[in-house]
Design a protein around this ligand. Structure first.
Ligand SMILES: [Mn+2]
Length: 477
């Protein structure tokens, strides 16, 4: 971290500490400090100016951002955890947002937050967002009907309004629903983060790193996928519903299932490898981190060497990042380097050049190199060439690439090269008589695969590696 960045970091972010009274050495995160509060004020100011430009560009007098409604499972009285519209939770920490809440933005007017705060003895109402008192007008309503009435009265005349949020009947009258041009503009700019958002994402990275360190220990000690998952939750101080996405905890060949979703309670055979893809959440912002480990015994030597190669391959890709370059080009570099890894470790019988040019590497890594990250784990706008809505579609041979844009300072995204032994894709290669060293590949198949994933912020030169910084802080703590 360059000194200026270290200073910037220190100035608004209290260092998380491990609670020494807690025998599990779980992370204990600081309460939003005065300094973070100061960043929040700057963030809201930035959003105000940004929305004023956006609305002026597309000739709207104002906009409604609505939180959305709680959905229920079919013929049931409960449903998944409510997750507010990210366009609203960019302004208001989603922990404060009940279903039905709305924000009114009008040119040259303070934002008004209409909070739904039901009188409910079945559930605890969300806390009130005192932190926003100086930044916007906050009105609370117990009844949704009263809230809607107040919304109608807050808009005088016949202004041209946009509505951003789900398209329920209540929202139809609020304005033009999710206009594409406005949304493209907003989506495009969500990629670059404000200092407040970066601070939140550093903390989300700390949460994730604390979980990953505990997970690695439990794996080495012989834990099952379930044990590792529970240790991750405990150490990162997250309940399952707090996670930015479901943990992927994959021992042995489970790692070849890219979004493996189970946690096995018993381990029938000795564990050879662990791929864990698990994130942290802080005030609605996500980290998205993957690590791969092996048990250090002679039988795992080849797989361990492959992990080392993938580690340096991932670092090389991160070192290549600079503003102005295309992420699609970086993705192509990943395949070029993957071809070298395959050739170097004797897994293919052709040259690295041939493994790359024939597309052989795509069978060993069928996913994209990375994606934008923020309020959503796969953040919006990855395929936009500009804020006018022109598209930057993925190259024809890499259809799974979620992020194709030109890199810009303060964009945050993941870099996650992988190398997998996926039975169905290997079968295709066998069918096609591909130049694969089958004995070597089959010996590694039981280890599933490797993915190394960090979250980076683009700097004028190089990157801030949110993930590696967080691992450093957490392993010291
Ligand atoms: Mn990811």
């Amino acid at each position: 971290m360059p000194p200026s960045l270290a200073q910037e970091y220190k100035s608004f972010m209290p260092t998380p500490t491990i609670d020494t009274h807690n025998p599990d050495h779980s992370i204990s995160l600081p309460h939003p400090s005065e300094a973070l509060q100061a960043e929040l004020a700057g963030h809201i100011e930035h959003l105000l100016a940004h929305w004023q430009d956006a609305l002026a560009n597309y000739e709207y007098d104002g906009a409604w951002l609505s939180a959305g409604e709680q959905s229920l499972y079919f013929q049931d009285d409960h449903g998944p955890k409510f997750k507010a519209n990210p366009y609203l939770s960019q302004w208001v920490n989603r922990e404060y947002l009940s279903p039905g809440s709305r924000l009114l933005l009008k040119q040259d007017q303070r934002p008004i937050l209409f909070l739904h705060a039901p009188t409910d003895y079945w559930h605890a109402p969300p806390p009130l967002p005192d932190e926003l008192n100086d930044l916007m007008e906050v009105r609370t309503f117990a009844e949704p009907a009263a809230l809607l009435d107040a919304c109608q009265q807050a808009v005088h005349g016949n202004p041209r309004m946009a509505h951003i949020g789900d398209e329920s009947t209540d929202n139809e009258a609020m304005g033009e629903s999710n206009p594409t041009a406005l949304l493209d503009y907003l989506h495009f700019h969500r990629a670059t983060k404000t200092p407040y958002e970066l601070a939140a994402m550093r903390l989300a990275s700390d949460v994730g790193a604390a979980g990953h360190l505990a997970a690695a220990e439990v794996f080495t000690a012989g834990g099952t996928e379930f044990d590792i998952h529970m240790a991750y939750l405990r150490a990162s101080q997250q309940a399952e519903i707090d996670l930015p996405y479901g943990n992927i905890v994959a021992i042995n060949e489970h790692a070849a299932v890219l979004h493996y979703q189970h946690q096995q309670r018993h381990q029938p055979r000795p564990a050879r490898s662990l791929l864990i893809d698990a994130g942290g959440n802080y005030r609605g912002y996500a980290s998205d981190i993957t690590r791969t480990y092996t048990i250090d015994i002679p039988a795992n030597q080849a797989f361990g060497a492959l992990i080392d190669l993938m580690q340096s391959h991932q670092r090389q890709l991160i070192d290549a990042i600079a503003p102005g370059m295309s992420f699609a080009d970086l993705h192509a570099q990943m395949h070029q380097q993957l071809a070298e890894v395959l050739a170097q470790s004797g897994l293919v019988t052709c040259s690295a050049e041939a493994a790359f040019s024939t597309g052989l590497t795509e069978k060993f890594c069928p996913h994209g190199l990375g994606h934008l990250l923020g309020l959503q784990v796969h953040d919006v706008g990855g395929h936009l060439a500009d804020d006018q809505g022109n598209a930057a579609p993925p190259p024809a041979n890499y259809p799974s690439l979620r992020f194709t844009r030109t890199l810009e300072v303060d964009q945050v995204f993941t870099v996650e090269p992988g190398l997998y032994f996926i039975p169905s894709l290997l079968a295709e290669l066998k069918q096609a008589n591909a130049p694969v060293a089958w004995a070597e590949v089959e010996a590694l198949q039981e280890c599933g695969g490797i993915r190394i994933e960090d979250n980076v912020r683009v700097l004028p030169e190089g990157v801030e590696n949110l993930t590696r910084d967080a691992f450093t802080r957490q392993s010291r703590a």
